[in-house]
Every structure is written in structure tokens, then in C-alpha cells.
Write a protein that binds this ligand. Structure first.
Ligand code: OXD
Ligand code: MN
Length: 589
């Protein structure tokens, strides 16, 4: 076995784990990653030589590379994702469960000799800003150079992880083995009690960039419930008023429902002097601060975003962010080595190669880019990256916003009556399914706090943890619900969305400051059509807004039945507060 790169540690537990896994997987080479620029250049060269990456047109996309995954491996696979706790009850009825000992043995048997002829990359990484009390260290051992290159974008990689770890032994162990990328030999397994992740048979980001969904959310949520903090599927943004005052909010929407767009929003011209700063676009780790407020950090260092639909209208800051130093996966490739996807600016190319490498023209029936094709881009490229993103203490959160993709029923915005009601609102989120996970598209499914695929323990206990957090906060954030996706009978969106969402956000901020008007409805506080600033919205009238804000009793009767489904599933574990909240809602309706 050849050692490559420099092993920068004599940490016994790290060396022990690497030795144990190399003995098992038997790679030909072990490459110790340090996260440096020189290493990036060398690994990129290697990936190009292997055909894993293709260099894109440097005149158009400097520093950008193209990757195609196996067509059977393009999204997260919830049916292959397991939480392995001692008892099934601990994982709860919304997770796949397997006994840890048996599952570990099975996976280690699969990984035995699985890296023969290959290189194992040892990836030391830190989730969160250096020096943050909330940051966590992980070591991912992967036989994919694509993973090593993506992890250096998505995390803080190298020396910073060893420094944070010091002599401690508190780090996540992650093993990723590609094997033969076969759906029947694909498992993404979490062992929360051991702070261990084993992922085999996939190379798709959400399954294999182990710092992201696996550590930052599944293992993270488990640790958070024990350690008194919160790991949430939330973007974090800062709103700067013309006075310079900044207010921060965090928002949870299910996958592929516009978190990245909202986090990078540009306010419309009417909001002169207002700025939105991005702290994070996918994950928030939050903890009560000494002043009784909730503080949030973004554990990530990059964006793993959905490409289709991203353009200069929907998200100009994302377009600038992904113009350089970006890895593109499963988008379409033009003859001049540029990238394309459905919903990109301008007309489609007259010819290109689709995400599976087949010739494509605008007359083709299938999409050129996979609907879940992705970009991996460093957050440092974002022109509106909040400088506070590196603040170890995080930012104080004034509002938590829940949302889903709902064609009907859910009004544009409402505010919950209080924290407990807000937890109920988050717990009952419904959303139409998207391409981020394998399965049927467009069906409404319950996705509590947008965490259904990411909660690493019993969802009932997770709700209890949310309720418990209230006691630790003197100034809890106010809790809101938004729906940008409501449609009229003809299928047209009732709200223009994107930058115009600033108008809703402004109402939310004013509510937090005790200013804006709202009226009491069965759902919570709702603005009247006169309470949102519609200045400069040509053709969008208060009557349009009234329709976007309407609450229809008949639709809500149906909604209550849909909500009941999840509550029945979780019934033995539901905190009584959730049952009371449901009763109150029924009574109000
Ligand atoms: C993501 C997801 O990739 O939620 O962020 O699937
Ligand atoms: Mn996500």
C-alpha cells in the first residue's frame, strides 16, 4: 500500500480508524488530504485523467469541471437510508431501522477488499467556523476522487480539523465505498451512538458527501437533542436595512423548494438600500446564547445546489457564484464545453450532449439536464456572502420560517400564535415531492420541519426537543409559515416569488420588531392586503394578494385529514402539546 499526501497527524484514534479501515478495504494507495490549493490541482488532474471530470471551457467557466454520475445514482435514496440505534423505537416510525451490530457487520463485509486497486482518500474536515463551540470534526474515508474534491468545497478541510480536534476523540467516523454503484448494494447507514456513518454503493452527493445530510443533519440532530442545540434543514440569511441594521432569519423548506434562491435573494428596486446577505443555504446549527436568543451557524462552506431553474432572473447571485471554481454534475454539455440546463438564461443550445452523454436537441423529448443535476460551488464566490459566516458565535435569529411547495390551501404567509403553535406548524408542513429524492414527483407528503428524510432519531422525540428548547430561550424567534407556490384554477402562480419574496420577508421582520399589522385567523396572524408593501409591482394588485392570502375552510378540512396521517403514524410518541394544538386548530376552523 502506497501512502500519498502528508499524514499530518499522530492522533492515535484517527490513525487507528484509518488503519482499521485500510486493513478492511485494502486500497492500493492511501491519500491524506490537506485541503490545499496544490492538492486540489493534483486531484483535479487525476480526476480528469480517470475520466471522472472533464475540464469546461476556461474562457467561459474558469476553474469549472463537469461530471456525469451513473444514471442509476442521481438522487438521495430514502429507502436505502437507515438509522441504526439499539432499539427501533429510538429511530422511530419515520426512519428505516436496522440493529447496529448486524448492519455494521453486513456493511463491513461488503466493504472488505472493496478498495482493491483503488485509492482511499482520507478527508479530515470541520463542519462550522474554526473555533466555534458548535463546530464538529469528521474524517471521511472515501475511494472517490470526486468526493474528495466536493468535500473540499463543501467543508473546511485539512489542518483546521486537526486543530479543532486537538487531543480529543470526539469526531465522526465516515466510510464511503463506491463498490459497483448498484442500487441493490446501496446503503447509507447512520450509527448515532457511535458517531459513525457507512455509505456504500453510491456516488451521489447527498449520499456520499458525508458532512452534509449524514453528519450535519442525521447524526447532528441526534447529538443536538442530547447536547441541547438544534440541527435543522434551514437556510440562514441576514437582512440589512438602509440604516445598516441587520436582522437574521432561518428558514426550512423541503429539498428543491427554493432555499438557495431565498438565501441569495436580491430585493426588488422598490426596496432601495435593502440588502440580503447569505449565511447558509441548506443547514443551520443553532444554540441558545448567553443573552437568551437563538444563535445559528452554517456548518458548510459551499453550496450543493439544484441547477435546473437557476438563471439570472431567479438567482443572479447563484449565477455569479457558479461562474468559476464549480463542479457541475449531470447537467447538459454544449459543444463548446459550456453547461446548460432547463431554465438557464437564453434559448437552449441547438445541439448538446445530455446528462447521460447522448446527443440532444430542443426537439428531444427528454430533458437535457437531470432535474436533480447539481452545482458544487464555494460559498466564498457568493458576492453577497455574509461576513458573519465565519463568526464562531453565529448570528442571532429573529424569525424561523417554515414553508412547502403547495399548489393550494396554504396562504402566502402567516405567523404562529406562539412557540408551541409554531412547532405544530413546522410539524405539519406538507410539500409536493421533488427530484431531490428518488420516487414519485408532485405528491403532497408530510415533511415535518423539512426534516423527514434527515431526522436521525424518533420524530416524536424531535418535536419534544423543539418544545424543550423554548424553556432555554428568553427571546425565542417568532415562527412563520410561507408558501410561494400557490396556484389559481388555471395553474398560474398566485405570487411572483423570487426577489418579490422580500415583501413577505419585510412583513416578517416588522412583526418581529412589533410593528406590522396582522389579523387573527384560525391558522395564525395573517397580513391584510394593505399590510404588505406592493410598491413597484406592476399589475399585481391588492386583489391578487387577497387571493394569495385566502384561507378556504373546505381546503382546510381536507388538510386536517392529510395531517392526521402523520399524527397517526407518530401517535405513540407525539408530545401532548401537538395533540392539543391540533384540537385547537380544529376548534378554530
Ligand atoms: C439537498 C437536499 O441536496 O435537501 O440539499 O436534498
Ligand atoms: Mn437540503
Amino acid at each position: 500500500m502506497t501512502m500519498l499526501g502528508k499524514c499530518n497527524t499522530d492522533h492515535p484514534a484517527v490513525l487507528g480508524w484509518v488503519r482499521e479501515m485500510t486493513d478492511l478495504c485494502q486500497p492500493d494507495r492511501v491519500f491524506w488530504c490537506d485541503g490545499s490549493e496544490a492538492e486540489k490541482a493534483a486531484l483535479t488532474e487525476e480526476a480528469v485523467a480517470q475520466g471522472v471530470l472533464l475540464k469546461l471551457n476556461p474562457a467561459k467557466l474558469p476553474g469549472c469541471y463537469y461530471h456525469r454520475s451513473n444514471p442509476n445514482d442521481v438522487a438521495r435514496v430514502e429507502q436505502c437510508t437507515y438509522i441504526c440505534t439499539e432499539t427501533q423505537e429510538e429511530a422511530g416510525p419515520t426512519n428505516n431501522w436496522a440493529p447496529p451490530k448486524e448492519m455494521r457487520q453486513k456493511l463491513l463485509a461488503m466493504a472488505r477488499g472493496g478498495m482493491r486497486g483503488r485509492t482511499m482518500y482520507v478527508i479530515p474536515y470541520l463542519m462550522g467556523p474554526a473555533g466555534s463551540p458548535l463546530a464538529k470534526v469528521g474524517f471521511e474515508l472515501s475511494d472517490s476522487v470526486y468526493v474528495a474534491l466536493n468535500m473540499r468545497v463543501m467543508t473546511r478541510m485539512g489542518q483546521v480539523a486537526y486543530q479543532h480536534l486537538g487531543h480529543g476523540e470526539d469526531f465522526n467516523r465516515g466510510l464511503h465505498c463506491m463498490l459497483d454503484i448498484h442500487p441493490e448494494r446501496r446503503f447509507i447507514c447512520h450509527f448515532p451512538h457511535e458517531n459513525l456513518i457507512i455509505s456504500v454503493g453510491s456516488a451521489y452527493g447527498g449520499n456520499v458527501l458525508l458532512g452534509k445530510k449524514c453528519l450535519a443533519l442525521r447524526i447532528g440532530s441526534y447529538l443536538a437533542s442530547r447536547e441541547g442545540w438544534m440541527a435543522e434543514h434551514m437556510l440562514i440569511l441576514g437582512v440589512e436595512a438602509p440604516t445598516g441594521q441587520k436582522t437574521y432569519v432561518a428558514a426550512a423548506f423541503p429539498s428543491a423548494c427554493g432555499k438557495t434562491n431565498f438565501a441569495m435573494m436580491i430585493p426588488p428596486p422598490h426596496f432601495k438600500g435593502w440588502k440580503i446577505w447569505t449565511v447558509g443555504d441548506d443547514i443551520a446549527w443553532m444554540k441558545p446564547g448567553p443573552d437568551g436568543r437563538l444563535y445559528a451557524i452554517n456548518p458548510e462552506a459551499g453550496y450543493f445546489g439544484v441547477a435546473p431553474g437557476t438563471n439570472y432572473k431567479s438567482n443572479p447571485n447563484a449565477m455569479k457564484t457558479i461562474a468559476r471554481d464549480t463542479l457541475y454534475t449531470n447537467v447538459a454539455l454544449t459543444p463548446d464545453l459550456d453547461v446548460w440546463w432547463e431554465g438557464k438564461d437564453g434559448p437552449p443550445p441547438s445541439t448538446c450532449t445530455d446528462w447521460q452523454g447522448r446527443p440532444w436537441t430542443p426537439a428531444s423529448k427528454e430533458k437535457a439536464a437531470h432535474p436533480n443535476s447539481r452545482f458544487t460551488a464555494p460559498m466564498a464566490n457568493n458576492p453577497m456572502l455574509a461576513p458573519e459566516v465565519n463568526d464562531p458565535q453565529g448570528v442571532p435569529i429573529s424569525a424561523l420560517i417554515f414553508g412547502g411547495r403547495r399548489a393550494s390551501t396554504l396562504p402566502l404567509v402567516f405567523e404562529s400564535f406562539d412557540w408551541i403553535h409554531g412547532v405544530f406548524v413546522g410539524a405539519t408542513i406538507g410539500s409536493e415531492t421533488t427530484a431531490a429524492a428518488a420516487g414519485t414527483l408532485g405528491q403532497v407528503r408530510r415533511d415535518p420541519m423539512a426534516m423527514l428524510p434527515f431526522c436521525g432519531y424518533n420524530m416524536g422525540d424531535y418535536f419534544r426537543h423543539w418544545l424543550r428548547m423554548r424553556k432555554r430561550l428568553k427571546y425565542p424567534p417568532r415562527i412563520f409559515h410561507v408558501n410561494w407556490f400557490r396556484k389559481d384554477a388555471a395553474g398560474n402562480f398566485l405570487w411572483p416569488g423570487f426577489g418579490e419574496n422580500m415583501r413577505v420577508l419585510k412583513w416578517i421582520l416588522d412583526r418581529c420588531a412589533g410593528g406590522a399589522h396582522g389579523h387573527e385567523t384560525p391558522l395564525g396572524w395573517v397580513p391584510g392586503p394593505e399590510d404588505l408593501d406592493l410598491g413597484g409591482m406592476d399589475g399585481f394588485t391588492p386583489e391578487h394578494l387577497t387571493r394569495a392570502l385566502a384561507i378556504d375552510a373546505e381546503e382546510w378540512r381536507r388538510e386536517l385529514v392529510l395531517q392526521e396521517e402523520l399524527f397517526l403514524k407518530l401517535y405513540p410518541y407525539l408530545p401532548k402539546e401537538m395533540i392539543f394544538q391540533r384540537e385547537l386548530l380544529v376548534a378554530r376552523l
